[in-house]
Design a binder for this molecule. Structure first.
Ligand code: GLN
Length: 273
């Protein structure tokens, strides 16, 4: 009879992933699994576990198999309609939160929100902020809306092609993790990225098209003294800083993620002091 110990031994997956799958199907903690590793698993649960293990063996991301991913300590529903939230992006959220904390009632815009991870995390940690989040994918917006509901935060969602459908008005902060991977980047056809929505990863160009649009359009939507922060690729920081400076942003800077890579760049809009 199959038990947790035998499934772990035969899964062919890293122990952590096999444990996550078993824990998810049985709805039990890691500690429970260790204490009960010789308990027999029911045929129905075993069927589900084997199905998930085989999806993982074919390369499907854990976040799509389990249907969720943790980000900023919160659990986000993830489907193949949305990019999987990544730890790298926590830097963008932490930077945004630090800005909002200096202005608690800030109006924040998150462009290309996907699962809503950025907008919802900001709203969660800064409950006084007013957060608007846009995406041009109706399927993504549905996932984001579900996440806002299940995490109990107020975020307004809007279907918009970058600034196209954003109602006129000014924000104190605009953030975005746009599609920035170069269309010829080999990573697009490797690992998790193969399963993610391509339009969330690449601009089907040199990786700077969306970034360019967001920067160029930002001045019309930013208060004097407001900030724009963008996530970008490992080799794009200098190009993004140049775009920000050419557009008229001040205090332009890049910040490094935990791996020491310049991961986000931002600037302040035209404060006249
Ligand atoms: N950081 C992601 C990756 O390199 C890409 C996310 C994006 O394009 N916005 O896998």
């Amino acid at each position: 009879m199959d038990n947790i110990r035998s499934v772990l031994a035969q899964s062919g997956l890293p122990l952590l992933e096999a444990r996550m799958i078993i824990g998810h199907v049985l709805d039990v903690s890691r500690a429970w699994m260790i204490a009960h590793d010789t308990d027999v698993i029911s045929p129905e649960n075993l069927r589900q576990i084997h199905e998930m293990i085989s999806r993982r063996q074919k390369g499907e991301p854990m976040a799509y198999i389990l249907g969720y991913k943790e980000f900023m300590g919160l659990e986000f529903k993830t489907t193949p309609s949305v990019l999987i939230p990544r730890p790298d992006t926590e830097l963008l959220v932490e930077t945004a939160i630090a800005h909002v904390q200096t202005k608690p009632g800030a109006r924040v815009l998150d462009m290309g929100t996907g699962s809503g991870a950025i907008a919802i995390s900001i709203a969660h940690f800064c409950p006084q902020a007013t957060v608007l989040a846009s995406d041009n994918s109706a399927a993504a917006l549905q996932v984001a809306q579900e996440n806002a509901r299940s995490l109990g935060v107020q975020v307004k969602f809007i279907n918009s092609d970058w600034y196209g459908q954003i109602p006129p008005g000014k924000f104190d902060l605009i953030v975005s993790n746009p599609p920035y991977i170069h269309q010829e980047d080999e990573h697009l056809v490797q690992g998790d990225l193969r399963f993610e929505p391509q339009q969330a990863l690449t601009d089907f160009n040199n990786g700077l098209t969306a970034i360019n649009k967001i920067i160029m359009g930002a001045p019309g939507f930013l208060h004097d003294g407001a900030w724009l922060w963008l996530e970008h690729g490992w080799d794009q920081a200098a190009a993004v800083r140049a775009l920000l400076q050419e557009t008229g942003f001040c205090k332009v800077e890049s910040r490094k993620d935990l791996s020491g890579i310049e991961r986000i760049s931002g600037g302040q809009w035209q404060i006249s002091e």
